[in-house]
Design a protein around this ligand. Structure first.
Ligand code: ADP
Length: 301
């Protein structure tokens, strides 16, 4: 999907009235005026804190025609992660459409400090999450990674899944957009046959799928996931992604390893696992990320 600029939406008065009616119908609001406070930090949607007498809510809005079913998929992803580990997810209250807008309303997570054992709990929770398995790699529906469609067609072999649904797909899009030159594209092609037994054989793990530091929250001091791109995959990709831009406490990795030890040599596989999020970044944010892909490939191909 070639989207580089999403025009601002701003909540119109009829849209506000519509939301007010939905909140009221769900028993979440009386007739009091709603306050919509813009929340920054997202890369895809407009976000607002909605302040009501019954409490605060988090509202995301986007153009219906740009990202079909994005909020339905977000709700499905959060539901899949819910109760699978001690890492919580925000409770989704409702999602819907108004004119040419789609919206999603969830509980508002108030900012607070991290508990002392936040990272230990994160490590334990991530290990628990990864112990949820499935017969095959993938998922029974396509979802989103950021604003890119993420294809999850199931495979019994991790390498096939990773190469076909993750690397090749991103490579094709980046090449078509002119963000990947022919040499780099060929180097990726050359890498694929070499990945056959690169990752240790493991059962599919339920993954967050987009585990960077912008995608966790602190709920009452404890870890809480947000914005997942769920599927059943190799757990080393969640670990690798958490290391790509940093922002996770080192206790997280130590405790994770106590509960669900990673296979020997996992550190050497991090760069290859991160080719997927880096290629996603090439497609979402521009060719500058191709430099990191290039330097990884230089050491591999
Ligand atoms: P996008 O879907 O556009 O990437 P995000 O989901 O990342 O948007 O949210 C934008 C901002 O709102 C982030 O800074 C994030 O920390 C914050 N945020 C996300 N979910 C909640 C929530 N349930 N409660 C409070 N703040 C949230």
């Amino acid at each position: 999907m070639l989207i580089t600029f999403v025009p601002p939406i701003m909540i119109s008065t009829p849209f506000k009235i519509h939301l007010q009616n939905v909140f009221s119908a769900k028993g979440l609001a009386d007739d009091s005026i709603q306050t919509f406070v813009p929340v920054s930090g997202g890369s895809v949607n407009e976000a607002y804190k909605v302040e009501l007498a019954s409490g605060n809510y988090f509202l995301k809005v986007n153009r219906l025609d740009f990202f079909p079913q994005m909020f339905e998929k977000e709700d499905l992803g959060l539901s899949l992660l819910n109760n699978k580990s001690l890492i919580t997810v925000p409770n989704v209250l409702f999602y819907g459409e108004f004119e040419n807008h789609a919206y999603l309303v969830m509980e508002y997570i108030e900012e607070c400090d991290l508990d002392k054992n936040y990272w230990a709990k994160f490590g334990e929770g991530l290990a628990q999450l990864h112990q949820n398995s499935s017969a095959q790699f993938g998922l029974d529906y396509t979802n989103y990674n950021g604003s890119l469609a993420q294809i999850n067609s199931v495979k019994s072999n991790w390498t096939d899944f990773f190469v076909e649904n993750r690397l090749m797909e991103q490579q094709r899009q980046a090449y078509d957009k002119g963000r990947l030159d022919k040499t780099l594209s060929d180097q990726l092609e050359n890498l694929y046959p070499k990945l056959e037994s690169f990752f240790p054989t493991e059962d599919p793990s339920l993954l967050h799928g987009d585990l960077w530091s912008g995608n966790y929250l602190v709920k009452n001091g404890k870890p809480c996931f947000m914005d997942p791109a769920v599927y059943y995959g190799h757990r080393e990709v969640d670990i690798a992604m958490s290391l790509l831009f940093g922002g996770f406490g080192k206790e997280m990795y130590e405790v994770y390893n106590d509960y669900f030890p990673l296979e020997k040599g996992w550190e050497k596989r991090v760069d290859v696992a991160n080719l997927y999020p880096l290629m996603v970044h090439v497609n979402l944010f521009g060719a500058s990320y191709a430099q990191r892909v290039k330097s990884i490939l230089k050491h591999l191909v």
